[in-house]
Design a protein around this ligand. Structure first.
Ligand SMILES: [Zn+2]
Length: 305
């Protein structure tokens, strides 16, 4: 019996998902087609943790065994989702020949990662500009605190790194060029000709093409030491408990940062990117599988509407 298989790699923080889909070949016989989602892990200095990452890439190459990826999907522009293939191309394939070994037929990237996107969506451009400005302020704050020997908590630095627009840019550039058949997709776009599946059907649930709705509010920040308690940020009356499986120290560091207010901006930047995640439903022989990436509440509310 044909089996659809979903292999979700443990990359700790990030995503790497390989889906094997039995489908009809041109001669009517069953072939296995492959969907690869993201491939990335949280940044640790230069390009990720090799001990986590290299076995994943190695396994992907082994199971594909020279067959191509029919559809590669970049869900959103966060480093822990986009940096894997560029990293592998530089390190695991030092000759830079990963793209010759990993053939990609079609690639779906978010509409908002298209090179000309912000020319066409001025409201989203304005929001993006505000997010970048808030990020620059956070970098100033980070530098000022480090100079005063009061570095930001490690968990905060990790979220900053994931959202670093400069580091992400190189990765997205690499992914844009995996194949000449790169499509910038969004809810409601016509998927005809944007994949080669015969039986499986795709439905994109999110994001909207105009992403301006996904941005939250940004607070003014104090760029030296933390703002006076309760001034910029909402105070948290009861100390919350870390959820199961979450590092307690990292959690309390984050709570402390939130109390100081400016961390709201970092979370707003993080959420805006998460809410541009491609959410898609894969329908195959009476099965419906939903892949939601990092979509957060605002995206789910929009989908609900
Ligand atoms: Zn994310």
């Amino acid at each position: 019996m044909d089996k659809l298989r979903v292999r979700v790699y443990n990359v700790r923080f990030g995503d790497a998902i390989l889906i094997f889909v039995p489908d009809k070949g041109v001669d009517g016989k069953t072939v296995t087609r492959h969907i690869l989602i993201d491939v990335g892990n949280a940044a640790s200095g230069e390009g990720g943790l090799d001990d986590v990452f290299n076995p994943v890439i190695k396994n992907i190459m082994e199971v594909l065994d020279g067959r191509g990826v029919d559809l590669y999907i970049m869900t959103h522009e966060h480093l822990d989702h986009v940096q894997g293939l560029l990293h592998a191309n530089k390190k695991a394939f030092p000759q830079g020949n990963l793209s010759q070994k990993l053939k990609v037929e079609h690639a779906w990237l978010t509409a908002s990662s298209a090179p000309d996107y912000y020319e066409n969506f001025p409201q989203a451009k304005e929001q993006k500009f505000r997010a970048l400005q808030a990020y620059t302020d956070l970098e100033t704050l980070k530098a000022n605190l480090a100079a005063a020997n009061e570095p930001l908590p490690a968990a905060v630095l990790a979220i900053m790194e994931i959202n670093n627009p400069r580091a992400t840019k190189d990765c997205v550039d690499y992914l844009r060029n995996l194949t000449p058949k790169t499509w910038y997709v969004y809810r409601g776009c016509d998927l005809q000709g944007k994949h080669n599946f015969q039986e499986a059907r795709f439905e994109i649930w999110a994001p909207e093409e105009d992403t301006s709705d996904y941005y939250g509010r940004f607070q003014p920040v104090t760029l030296g030491f933390a703002a006076a308690p309760g001034k910029a940020g909402k105070s948290i009356p009861v100390t919350p408990m870390p959820p199961p499986g979450v590092d307690a120290q990292a959690f309390y560091d984050l709570v402390k940062a939130r109390k100081e207010g400016w961390a709201d901006n970092l979370l707003a930047i993080d959420q805006a990117a998460n809410n541009t995640s491609i959410v898609f439903c894969l329908e195959w022989r009476n099965w419906r599988l939903l892949f939601a990436a990092d979509a957060e509440t605002r995206s789910w509310k929009t989908m609900n509407r």
